[in-house]
Design a protein around this ligand. Structure first.
Ligand code: PLP
Length: 365
């Protein structure tokens, strides 16, 4: 529609609309000029694995050696490699819904079974300890936690995470903690890593994260996985025989993202812009009768409830796009058909114009 010249307000982006900060780009260019253009170790260049281990220790309270870190082609590949080495047919994977679209698909590729735990906006889209307890069976192999969440923006408080940790503690299944949005939290919310809560949880948790969201580096394709030595080794073996190392000079950009003194202010500047856009988005949604929206505490998505409109998410998004030129993502893709996802990783003018059109659409129903 945009190619045909239509003025579409897009709330569909799953990525920051900023350029990668200049000092990170410069580090990759320098590496390229210096000839860092050859094969490297499958798990990543040692300096980057070292810097990631240091970051996890300093910022997240997770003690890993560099050998417990694997660098992959985005958070997506870390999760894929992990599921491939961990899961077999017959295994159950507990996935809270709404979930990031790729988790159940990856589970399906391994032949394991997804056990979906639905949540609602009334519970802040967070599973309760009782819900988790009731879902655990002898076949449970893995729990997927994603905080801050895509698509809901929910963030577990330290107390909520500790309560889930108590349920997990007596068991021997694994937990993936997908922390890719950890830097994007608002209103004083704090991000806590599950593995920092006890030695057992550290042993059973695998952290998946990456540079895409916090550093505006989606196209660079750099993510990482940290966890127990044997699993990281197995995931590295899989990577070694499938894709090998990720782009060598790009890894020097990621290294600069972690170690350069310019980085904290660069990512804080982007976070602040997201925080302001979030305010405009949430206030605008609150003013539309027929929609309700839990306040997202992290990431860059709002996830309003459309149930009162009488439409399910596919029809809602299709009519919104074709009749009012606003692009949103149907909640169905995230396992929540009464909701839509609106990304506020776009400029304020688009947010205001899109909200106006959304209101007109809802009024017309
Ligand atoms: N995890 C979540 C929750 C995401 O939203 C995304 C990307 O949208 C990823 C992982 C994968 O990120 P990437 O592969 O770009 O690093």
């Amino acid at each position: 529609m945009q190619t045909a010249g239509l003025d579409v307000c897009s709330f569909s982006a799953g990525e920051p609309d900023f350029d990668t900060p200049p000092h990170i780009r410069a580090a990759a260019v320098r590496a390229l000029e210096e000839g860092k253009t050859r094969y490297g170790p499958a798990a990543g260049i040692p300096a980057l694995r070292e810097a990631i281990a240091h970051k996890l220790r300093q910022e997240n309270g997770l003690t890993y050696s560099p050998e417990q870190v694997m660098v992959s082609n985005g958070g997506k590949q870390t999760l894929y490699n992990l599921m491939m080495v961990l899961l077999d047919p017959g295994d159950e994977v507990i996935i809270p819904a709404p979930y990031w679209v790729s988790y159940p698909e990856m589970v399906a590729l391994t032949g394991a079974t997804s056990v979906i735990l639905p949540t609602t906006e009334a519970q802040g889209f967070k599973i309760t300890p009782a819900q988790l307890q009731a879902a655990i069976t002898p076949a449970t192999k893995l729990l997927v936690l994603n905080s801050p969440s895509n698509p809901t923006g929910s963030v577990y408080t330290p107390a909520e995470l500790a309560a889930l940790g108590e349920v997990i503690e007596p068991h021997n299944f694994y937990v993936i903690s997908d922390e890719i949005y950890e830097k994007l939290v608002y209103d004083g919310a704090t991000h806590v890593s599950l593995g920092s809560l006890s030695p057992h949880l550290l042993e059973r948790t695998l952290v998946s994260s990456g540079f895409a969201k916090a550093y505006a580096m989606t196209g660079w394709r750099i993510g990482y996985l940290a966890g127990s030595r044997s699993i990281i080794q197995a995931a590295t073996n899989l990577q070694s025989h499938s894709t090998s190392n990720i782009c060598t000079f790009a890894q020097y950009g990621a290294l600069a993202a972690l170690v350069s003194p310019e980085s904290p202010s660069a990512i804080e500047a982007m976070r602040k812009v997201f925080e302001e856009r979030r305010r405009v988005m949430v206030e605008g949604l609150a003013g539309i009768p027929g929609l309700t929206c839990a306040t997202p505490m992290g990431a860059f998505y709002a996830f309003p409830n459309i149930q009162a409109t009488g439409l399910k998410s596919l029809e809602f998004c299709s009519r919104l796009l074709h009749d009012h030129q606003v692009a949103a993502v149907p909640g169905l893709a995230f396992g929540a058909d009464d909701y839509i996802r609106l990304s506020y990783a776009t400029d304020l003018d688009t947010i205001q114009k899109g909200l106006y059109r959304l209101e007109k659409f809802v009024q017309s129903l």
